[in-house]
Structures are given as C-alpha cells and as structure tokens.
Design a protein around this ligand. Structure first.
Ligand code: AMP
Length: 457
C-alpha cells in the first residue's frame, strides 16, 4: 500500500513525499482510514511504529478540508503528551506534515515562561500539543479553553498513568466538549488504562501493532553480570570498545544519571544527562547535542527518555535494569528504529537477577550472556575518579542554559505575581525551588551559628 491510496489531501501527500515517505507503516495503514471516517480510535502502539503520523495525517486532512477560524483562546485539536520532549517532537511532526497547509501549531509545557504561551494562544491555535500540568495552569488562569476542541489525542496513556497524571486527565476530560473525535494511544493496555480509555472514547475502533517483542527482534540483546560497584568500569570499557554511533545509557535514578556522567567525564569521555531534575533549557540543550551528534552518549532516566525519537542510536546500555519489565522493551526500542539493527547491553548486578528473569519472560527473549572483558580487573583498578561537580570552572553551555532558564523563570514569576507551580506533575517533578535553611558555620562575613540563608540566590 502507498500513501497515495489513502485519499489524503494533496498538500499532505506533498509533505510526505518531501520527507520521502511512500509506504504507510502498519499502524498508519490501520488507523488512517478509520480516522478519516471520523471514528474514535484506541491504538496499542509504542513509539517507533509511526503512530504520530497515524494521528497527525488524518487530522491535518480534516483541517485541510474544513478550514475554520481558530477559536479565540482555544484550539481545534488538542494532543496530550506525558513529557515535554515528546510534546515538542509531536508538534514538530505536525509542522513537518502540515508545512503546505496554513495551520498554527503551538506546544505548551511547564518549565518555561507561561506568558509567552498565553500570548501565543490568545489568538487561537489550530493544533495545541500540551503536557497536562501546564495545560491546566493555563485553563485555571482563564488564558485558554478547550471547549472548542474537535479532535482530542491522548498519547502514551500508560506513561501518563505511571507519572500520576490520572487526576489532571480526569479534570481535562470534563472540560472537553461532548462532540469531538477521540484518539487514545498506549504502548500497553492493562485494566486501569482500559478504564481510562473508556472515559474518553466513544465506540472506538481498536488497532494494535507490533506486539512488544517484535521491536526487540531486531535488537541484539546482551547481558553481563557485574557487581554494582564495578559497573562504572565496565561502562567505561564498553564505551571505549564498542563501535558506538550514539548510545543511550539508562539509569534508574536521576542522581545515578548524574553520577554516571561525572565518572565518564573523569575518564575523558563526553556525555550529557537528561532527567526530571534538569531545567527545561538543560534538557533541550542535552537532547539537541545528542540529536545533532555533538555528544555520543546520553544518560537518561526512563521517564525523560520515553518517546524520544532520535535516529541512529546504535546502542542502548542498561546501566541498571528497570524493575518493570515493559520498561526494558521501551528502552531497547530506542535503538533499531526504521529497520536498522541495534545492540542493547544490560549490566546485571546480583540483586537485579530477578528483574532479568522477569524481562526475559515478558519480552519472550533470552539475553545473550557476555562475560566480563579480559582486561576488566585492570580497568577496575585504574578507574578514574568521578569528575567533581562543575562549580568554579568556566561555565559550560549547559550551565549557561540553566542560568538563562532560571532568569526567564524569575522574570515570568515577577510578571505573574504567583509562585511557579513546582508541585505540578508536568513531565517529571519540577526542580526543587527552595533550598532548606542552611546555617553558615564559618567563613568571611559569617557569624558563627547566627546567619541563616534562605531561598535561592
Ligand atoms: P513515531 O512512532 O511516531 O515516533 O515515529 C517513528 C519514526 O518513524 C519517526 O522518525 C517518523 O518520522 C518515522 N516515520 C513515520 N512514518 C513513516 C513512514 N511511513 N515511512 C518512514 N518513516 C516513517
């Protein structure tokens, strides 16, 4: 089947041909015809299957054939995404596929000044891609309404649930108009997700593609048993020995991600981290550096990396195994995209062996066990220390971006006159805003035990 057989409007076909997409992926073949009929859809598909185009193309077709004034302070289409990165990526896809249509696309997420978003939305927008927290903020401030939404998409529903977005989603559901088309996508469909889907969908067509194990089939999956304390040495060796184009390294915790970066830097290997304690500017800078190939190693937590579509990821390294087996499948799905082959290497400490078993059972694979390299003990002995935190050094571009982000947030707060909502589950938890009271024990200008510093300086 070719895209030309689906009956999509000419400007969309032109954009597809500019991207050299001729053949729809399985989810696109199944979803586009039913969506063009205006039906609701419940899709089980993960990123990498082409699901963004599956919902973007028929929606753009609807707008091409039904041009309308955009509603004041509102939108014609609302797409909800769990993370900021995925939201930005989806908005970019709409811009790409809709480049020959005169449509406005805005992306709305937390961690950046709200005022610019309020201004951009005030004229009304065709397509808004948003994370739930910031969307609710905007609606609470009466800066935006979703009452005119014609098409509603909830993407990565299972991830939304994992991130605790259930209550924001329920509130959003109440504010949508009754008459609308609904699209619901999730990589997995356990009972609670089915219940959530039922709240949004009206007699949906169900489509499911690529059972989770098939993505894994194109990925060479290896595991090495190693002590937790020696993983850093193994990582340094692996990064030096493997023919890596781009590697995504997963840790379970945010601090773990930072520590891995510092150790790599200590060994003279450049890497950047992306996780929920980073500011939006840092996350964007890190992702751009990785995407453009300036940095070959991106160290990430699951939530930050979910849905990220970067081509040319040759390796996924599980520095720590996830304790949820499905997460393993999501992780290794970052490599072997668009028909390419990829390698997934897992470092398994003793206490992670049960996770390995669960993964093999769920993904229906047997990981190839690779022994520690010959020179491993020597590498452990010679392991360089972690690079110190960057205080005092000249500022890197990442630090400059963080500072700029802080300044923007400050200005934004001043303009709004309200504190930033650190508690919103927007993307991941926002960076902590206040430092605890700290007592200066000594030093120039400090009265011992008498001076307290508060807040951010
Ligand atoms: P997604 O699952 O939406 O994240 O898409 C995964 C990747 O596949 C993205 O880089 C898309 O641009 C790309 N893609 C989507 N549809 C097609 C297609 N029909 N042919 C080739 N690549 C595609």
């Amino acid at each position: 089947m070719q895209f030309t057989e689906l009956g999509l409007a000419e400007p969309i076909l032109k954009a597809l041909s500019a991207k050299q997409y001729a053949v729809p992926t399985p989810i696109q073949q199944k979803a586009i015809p039913v969506l063009l009929e205006g039906r609701d859809l419940c899709g089980i598909a993960q990123t990498g299957t082409g699901k963004t185009a599956a919902f973007a193309l028929p929606s753009l077709d609807h707008f091409a054939r039904n041009p309308k004034q955009t509603p004041l302070n509102g939108c014609r289409m609302l797409v909800l995404s769990p993370t900021r990165e995925l939201a930005a990526q989806i908005a970019q896809s709409f811009r790409d596929y809709g480049r020959f249509l005169k449509l406005s696309v805005e992306v709305v997420f937390g961690g950046v000044p709200i005022n610019r978003q309020i201004k951009a939305l005030s004229r009304g927008v065709d397509i808004v891609v948003a994370t739930p927290g910031r969307l609710l903020d905007l609606m609470e401030q009466r800066a935006f309404t979703i009452k005119d939404t014609e098409i509603f998409v909830l993407d990565e529903a299972d991830q939304m649930m994992d991130m605790g977005f259930i209550h924001p989603l329920r509130r959003i559901a109440k504010l949508l108009p009754k008459e609308r088309q609904n699209l619901f996508f999730s990589a997995t469909m356990p009972k609670e997700i089915e219940a959530l889907a039922a709240q949004f969908l009206n007699d949906p067509v169900k489509v499911s593609v690529a059972p989770q194990s098939t993505t894994a089939e194109r990925v060479r999956q290896q595991a090495t048993f190693v002590n937790q304390a020696e993983k850093q040495a193994l990582l340094t060796l692996t990064v030096k020995n493997e023919p890596i184009d781009r590697a995504l390294i997963f840790t379970r915790t945010k601090h773990g991600a930072d520590r891995v970066v510092r150790f790599l830097e200590g060994a003279g290997i450049q890497a950047v981290a992306i996780h929920g304690n980073k500011s939006q500017a840092q996350r964007t800078t890190a992702l751009q550096a990785f995407r453009h190939g300036h940095v070959k190693l991106l160290v990430a937590t699951d939530i930050a990396a979910r849905g990220i579509d970067v081509s040319g990821v040759s390796h996924v390294i599980n520095f720590e195994l996830p304790n949820v087996p499905e997460q393993y499948v999501h992780r290794i799905g970052r490599t072997a995209r668009a028909g390419a082959e990829g390698i997934a290497i897992s470092f398994v400490a003793d206490d992670e062996r049960p996770y390995l078993k669960a993964i093999e059972r769920t993904a229906k694979v047997k990981l190839e066990i690779v022994p520690l390299p010959d020179n491993f003990m020597e590498a452990v002995r010679n392991l360089p220390k972690a690079a110190p935190p960057r205080k005092g050094k000249p500022q890197t571009s990442e630090q400059q971006a963080r500072r700029a982000d802080g300044q923007r947030r400050y200005q934004d707060q001043q303009q709004r006159g309200t504190p930033d909502r650190a508690h919103r589950p927007d993307g991941e938890a926002a960076p902590a805003k206040k430092k605890p009271f700290r007592r200066r024990r000594s030093g120039v200008g400090a009265h011992k035990g008498a001076v307290q510093r508060t807040g951010q300086r």
